[in-house]
Design a protein around this ligand. Structure first.
Ligand SMILES: [Zn+2]
Length: 215
């Protein structure tokens, strides 16, 4: 989405490792584009410890193979199943290992879509922290918008894997999302002056920004 959640995850991993602690970094196998690595837009990357699919029992896997780590870090946590979020809670409760899950609250259509993991995390996380970023208009960005070959789209599947089209996600504010949705603007230069001041509507909008969730 471009709000730096993966960058924060890597920073936390670095902090633990710098102090001599082991971490377990995981991501969903749906993110096939980067193989088993997690990448950030500004450069840093790292290999994951493992990728999970919807059938992976995360409690079983972590308790067998990673029970000596000090922290479990989950990238793209919205793709967890609801059951897997509960398994991560078991990791916290039974193995006493903190879990930090980084992901989106909503999909690019601003519905909950298939992100049952995001919903479950919001229900049971001990702490929820919003990662803030800025829209192209300068306001707080809380929506994750999909662009195909530079064109805004508001429909399509939650997970889009297509080798021919350039898929980009941009963090934008709810007002800009509305404008893109109604085709009133194609770039920020075209924004009417009044729209640059807004914001009240944005704060009421149910759309969610990227979240860090600590179980
Ligand atoms: Zn905006």
């Amino acid at each position: 989405m471009g709000c730096g959640k993966t960058m924060q995850l890597l920073q936390v991993a670095f902090n633990y490792e710098e102090r001599g602690h082991k971490v377990c970094v995981i991501k969903p196998a749906t993110d096939t584009k980067n193989g088993t690595k997690i990448l950030t837009r500004i450069g840093p990357e790292r290999e994951t410890n493992f990728c999970f699919d919807r059938k992976t029992d995360l409690f079983k896997k972590i308790s067998k193979e990673y029970n000596d780590v000090q922290c479990v870090l989950v990238d793209e946590a919205q793709f967890l199943t609801s059951k897997q979020v509960d398994q991560l809670m078991q990791v916290v409760n039974n193995l006493h290992i903190p879990v930090m899950a980084y992901g989106l609250r909503l999909n690019f259509r601003l519905t909950d879509g298939g992100f049952e993991g995001a919903t479950r995390l919001l229900q049971i996380a001990h702490e929820i922290e919003e990662i803030k970023t800025i829209c192209e208009c300068g306001h707080k960005a809380t929506c994750n918008a999909r662009f195909l070959d530079g064109r805004f789209v508001a429909d399509g599947p939650d997970v889009l894997i297509d080798g021919t089209t350039e898929i980009e996600y941009r963090a934008i504010c709810p007002a800009c999302y509305e404008r893109y949705l109604h085709g009133r603007v194609t770039d920020v230069e075209g924004l009417p002056q009044s729209s640059r001041k807004g914001g009240a509507v944005g704060r009421k909008h149910p759309a969610g920004p990227a979240q860090k969730r600590s179980l």
